[in-house]
Design a protein around this ligand. Structure first.
Ligand SMILES: CC(C)(COP(=O)(O)OP(=O)(O)OC[C@H]1O[C@@H](n2cnc3c(N)ncnc32)[C@H](O)[C@@H]1OP(=O)(O)O)[C@@H](O)C(=O)NCCC(=O)NCCS
Length: 204
C-alpha cells in the first residue's frame, strides 16, 4: 500500500528539488530560452541560487514510499528577487543577446501576476515529478498546505497559474476560484500563453 508523508527538504537535496520542479521545464521558460536544455539549466540555476528563495529552506516534500516526489513551496511571505548574481548567471546560460531579448519577459511576467490578498497563504510552487503525477500527490500537498494555513491563522489561500494550465481543475476541486485574470500582449508573444489567473480559496 502506498503512503504519502511530508517533510522539509535538506540542504543536500537541492538537486532533487530542481529535478522535480524543472526536469520537464515549463513551456514559457522553453520559449524564452529558445531550447529545452537552456530552460532546464536556467531553472536549475535559480533553484540552486540561495538568495532567490526557491531552494531547500523553502521546500516541503511529499514523500511516496520513501521517495521525495512532490515539491511544495508556500507561506505568507514569499518573494523572488532579481539579484546581480541572477543576472550574471542568466547571461552565462543564455548568452548576452538572448539574455537581452528575454528582458521584456521579466516585466511582462510581473504584469500578469495579480497580487495575492493581504496575509494570504500563497502557494508559490507546486510540482510533482512527471513519473508520479495523477496519483493524488498534488491534492495531498494542497490539503497539507491548508492545515498549515489554518495553523497560521490565514483566512485565504492563493496561487497564480497560467490560463492554459490543466492544474486549474485540481485547484477548483480543492475549492479555489479564479478571482482575476491578467493577459498581456508581450507575455503572449514571448511565451505563447495569453496570461495568468489568480485563484483564491476562502478558509471558513
Ligand atoms: C499540477 C501538479 C502539481 C499536480 O500534481 P499531481 O500529483 O499529479 O496531482 P493529483 O494527482 O492530486 O491531481 C491530478 C490533477 O492534476 C492536473 N494535472 C494533470 N497533469 C497535469 C500537468 N501536466 N500539468 C498541470 N496539471 C496537471 C489535473 O487537474 C489532474 O486532474 P484531472 O485530470 O482530473 O483534471 C502536477 O501536474 C505538476 O507538477 N504539473 C507541472 C507543474 C505545474 O503546472 N504546477 C502548477 C503550477 S501553478
Amino acid at each position: 500500500m502506498t503512503q504519502i508523508t511530508f517533510r522539509h527538504a535538506r540542504h543536500d537535496e537541492t538537486g532533487r528539488i530542481a529535478e522535480i520542479m524543472f526536469g520537464d521545464p515549463p513551456q514559457e521558460a522553453v520559449r524564452v530560452c529558445e531550447s529545452v536544455e537552456r530552460a532546464r539549466r536556467l531553472c536549475y540555476m535559480q533553484v540552486k541560487t540561495p538568495e532567490l528563495g526557491l531552494g531547500w529552506d523553502r521546500t516541503l516534500f511529499a514523500v511516496l514510499d520513501g521517495d521525495p516526489v512532490t515539491v511544495l513551496q508556500a507561506g505568507t511571505q514569499l518573494g523572488f528577487a532579481v539579484t546581480p548574481r541572477l543576472i550574471w548567471q542568466s547571461i552565462r546560460i543564455l548568452g548576452p543577446l538572448r539574455a537581452l531579448r528575454s528582458l521584456p519577459y521579466i516585466s511582462a511576467q510581473r504584469r500578469v501576476n495579480a497580487p495575492a490578498p493581504e496575509g494570504s497563504y500563497h502557494i508559490a510552487e507546486l510540482h510533482t515529478h512527471p513519473d508520479f503525477r495523477n496519483r493524488g500527490l498534488g491534492k495531498a500537498a494542497l490539503d497539507h498546505a491548508e492545515v498549515e494555513a489554518r495553523k497560521e491563522g490565514c483566512s485565504t489561500m492563493s496561487l497564480v497559474t497560467t490560463v492554459i494550465n490543466p492544474a486549474r481543475h485540481l485547484y477548483e476541486r480543492q475549492g479555489f476560484r479564479v478571482v482575476e485574470t491578467r493577459t498581456d500582449e508581450v507575455y503572449e508573444r514571448m511565451t505563447g500563453i495569453p496570461g495568468r489567473n489568480l485563484m483564491v480559496k476562502e478558509l471558513a
